[in-house]
Structures are given as C-alpha cells and as structure tokens.
Design a protein around this ligand. Structure first.
Ligand SMILES: [Zn+2]
Length: 115
C-alpha cells in the first residue's frame, strides 16, 4: 500500500444500501458495514458491561432505568462509525429507534452533567 492509498476501501459499499434489494442482500450489506466498522475499532463484552455499569444501566439519552439498554453507535455504522467502545453509548430501544441520523454523544454529556 502506498502512503496515498486510503486506509479502507469499504466506502463504495455505503452507497449500495439505497438500492432496495432482498432481505438477504440487506443482511449482507449490514454484515459488510459491521465488518468495516470493526476494522476501525472493536470492543469486548467486558467493556460494554463496564459502560452500562458506569451509567447504572440507565439510558444515557432519556435517563430511564425501566427499560433494557442496547448499544447505540454515536456515529452510526452506516455513516462510517467504528465499533469501538468510544463510539458506543447505552440507549433504551425507544431512544435508539427515535435517534435517526443524530450523532450526539450523550454518554459524554452525562459524564459532565449527570442525569
Ligand atoms: Zn431512552
């Protein structure tokens, strides 16, 4: 690889997702995008458990402790975000569904301001 070559060559994949294909094709695209995200960074189950514990299993977006939290990628995978723990925050399913293309770092906000 020359020093001018891009570090990753997965970006052309991102444009293909708009091509509405079969469920199988979309599943393959998700797999490819997650593989690309993991090239940028990964996290362990222990890191995820520690992150949830840091926020007492609360959703960092709405603050609820009444729903299970799931991994939200601060910079979405489909926008080139990594799967590193620094790009992950605990969201409840309701907030995760409402998120859209917002990439606000609620975990960082809660570390400074609390709930
Ligand atoms: Zn929430």
């Amino acid at each position: 690889m020359t020093k001018d070559a891009p570090a990753f060559d997965f970006y052309p994949i991102l444009g293909v997702i708009r091509d509405s294909g079969s469920v199988q094709r979309n599943r393959e695209l998700r797999r490819q995008r997650m593989a690309a995200a993991r090239q940028l960074g990964t996290h362990t189950q222990a890191e995820w458990e520690a992150l949830k514990a840091e926020f007492q299993d609360r959703c960092v977006c709405c603050g609820t402790d009444q729903r299970n939290v799931e991994k939200d990628h601060i910079i979405p995978i489909y926008q080139g975000g990594s799967d590193s723990i620094t790009n992950i925050q605990p969201f409840c399913a309701t907030c995760n569904c409402r998120k859209g293309s917002d990439s606000f770092d609620w975990a960082a906000y809660r570390r400074v301001h609390g709930f």
